[in-house]
Ligand binder design. Structure first.
Ligand code: 5GP
Ligand code: MG
Length: 176
């Protein structure tokens, strides 16, 4: 199965079933590790909105969520520059934070974002990423919770876009 977005064709890579099954497994670890910690999930917009919704509804304990918007991507290659667009709102001092990311590619985004969190004097901070591209990592980022490690290729679907399109797809596709 394939989809056409703008000028490019993408082939099916991860099915909705595979995605949902794997998220359930990862959320068992989150439930175990954060049961009594009232974590604050920080979802990095736009790409992580679907993942964040699926993680939130599987977390059984008390929890909160905040949304942050950063930018580092134009088209299909990283610009390497990260700007905060929507900042952190509530007081995070002493809180256990779990960052929810759609995908960790070069790691630039997390390298710029983590110091902002450290300034807030959080009690702990872990990263939970839907996808990780280990071969693209330029920084030693510790991704404690990860659903899928994938090859270094451009993917869309399940919240991830190609110039605005494809976020609504329940499956993940890679370049043909
Ligand atoms: P990094 O800063 O780690 O290089 O990139 C992180 C951000 O780049 C992700 O949150 C995501 O928005 C975007 N990104 C990285 N790889 C891909 C990809 O394969 N497809 C899409 N659609 N976005 C990506
Ligand atoms: Mg993102």
């Amino acid at each position: 199965m394939s989809v056409q977005l703008h000028d490019k064709t993408f082939d099916l890579f991860l099915t909705s079933n595979e995605i949902q099954t794997r998220i359930s497994e990862v959320c068992e670890y989150l439930n175990r590790d954060y049961a009594d910690k009232r974590p604050v999930f920080i979802a990095i917009l736009n790409g992580s909105f679907m993942f964040a919704a699926d993680v939130m509804r599987r977390f059984n304990g008390a929890c909160e969520i905040q949304f942050v918007r950063l930018a580092s991507y134009v088209g299909t290659s990283s610009t390497g520059e990260v700007q905060t667009i929507l900042g952190l709102s509530a007081d995070l001092k002493g809180r256990h934070v779990v960052i929810l990311e759609d995908i960790i590619d070069s790691g630039e985004t997390m390298v710029s974002f983590l110091p902002l969190l450290a300034q807030k004097e959080v009690a702990s901070c872990q990263i939970c990423s839907f996808l990780v591209k280990p071969d693209a990592l330029k920084h030693p980022i510790d991704v404690a919770y990860r659903c899928f490690d994938i090859p270094n290729e451009f993917v869309v679907g399940y919240g991830l876009d190609y110039d605005g399109l494809g976020r609504n797809l329940p499956d993940v596709y890679h370049l043909h």
